[in-house]
Design a protein around this ligand. Structure first.
Ligand code: UDP
Length: 244
């Protein structure tokens, strides 16, 4: 069930959830939350609640899918049936297949897959509660869980969306803005190299608006990156930097 479109989503420079135009939602993250996974993370980003588990590198079945030169990365994004207002039908649908693919493609840019030929690294992302922006939140949670599994990477992937709501460029859209705004621009970056590893756009913006939204999304992702590093420091302390 979608809530109806509000008449206005920005009133006196404030959004419906009380934020300013360029403000992120509150974010909390933690690594090492599941004892049976090689690496794991839990992320709360506004109303999103996401759990991520990483297994591997491990032997791949069926064997013919294995690559002689590198590991394969498998990402499975799924929403719990109770994660949305109307019961989500279990099992993959077009949207979750697309999200699994774009999340994998973003992460493949940082993981040193060539170090683990013939193996698979599995990344399971479970959205327990969703409130807009779950693809960015999933990328953030997944790169934390990969780091927690000790998998060598050139950097974490950080992500954030920006977009256009009521004619204004805003940072980090939540569900109502995502559903009824004019545009949503999720972006993921590799902060150390400046690479953009995910860039999608839903809706329409002028070129100038696009450029402003892109810059804003990158600035949001850099703030998220600081929180990711903090979450790793909280578990690993100084050993995090030296291990890399
Ligand atoms: N959503 C939903 N039911 C669905 C799929 C999505 O209620 O079956 C909501 C959910 O809150 C999601 C938002 O719509 O976060 C926006 O979905 P979108 O496909 O734009 O992906 P996201 O913004 O989560 O990356």
């Amino acid at each position: 069930m979608k809530l109806g479109k509000p008449e206005r989503m920005i009133i006196n420079g404030r959004r419906l959830d009380g934020r300013g135009l360029y403000e992120l939602r509150p974010i909390k993250m933690k690594v090492g939350v599941l004892k049976n996974a090689d690496g794991s993370s839990y992320l709360e980003w506004g109303g999103n609640k996401i759990l991520c588990a990483v297994h591997g590198p491990r032997e791949l079945h069926p064997k013919h899918l294995a690559r002689p030169d590198k590991a394969i990365l498998r990402c499975i994004y799924s929403m719990a049936t109770f994660s949305v207002k109307e019961r989500k039908k279990p099992g993959p649908d077009r949207r979750s297949i697309e999200l699994s693919k774009v999340i994998r493609e973003a992460l493949e840019n940082v993981v040193f897959l060539h170090l683990f030929p013939q193996t698979v690294i599995d990344v399971y992302i479970k959205v327990l509660q969703s409130d807009g922006g779950t693809r960015c939140a999933s990328i953030v949670a997944a790169s934390l869980a990969l780091a927690d599994a000790g998998i060598p990477m050139k950097d974490l992937v950080a992500a954030c969306a920006a977009g256009k709501v009521d004619g204004q460029i805003v940072l980090d859209l939540f569900e109502i803005e995502d559903n009824y705004g004019e545009a949503d621009l999720p972006v993921a970056i590799v902060p150390k190299t400046g690479e953009i590893v995910l860039l999608q756009m839903d809706g329409n913006m002028t070129r100038e608006e696009f450029e402003k939204a892109l810059e804003l999304a990158i600035s949001g992702a850099l703030k998220v990156y600081e929180l990711q590093k903090k979450a790793l420091y909280e578990k690993y302390g100084a050993s995090y930097e030296t291990k890399r």
